[in-house]
Design a protein around this ligand. Sequence first.
Ligand code: ZN
Length: 67
Amino acid sequence: MAYFGTVGGDPPRPSCRACRQPIADGEPFIHLRFGSTHEMTGLYHRRCGRPFESFARVLNMNPWGHF
Ligand SMILES: [Zn+2]
C-alpha cells in the first residue's frame, strides 16, 4: 500500500488513471509506468489497468532507446 506522507487529515485517495474513480482500500490495483513522465503513468484499478499492461510492458522494454 502506498503512503503519501500527508500530515493531518486523511491522505488523498489515489485515483485510477483510466476511470478517474478513487481506488478504495483493499481494492486490487496496479501501478503502470509508461516512461518516467508519461501522463498515463500511475495507479489503475486492476481491472482497468489490464488492457494497458501489455502496452506498458512494450514501452518499458524500450526498443527505441527513448529514455
Ligand atoms: Zn478504474
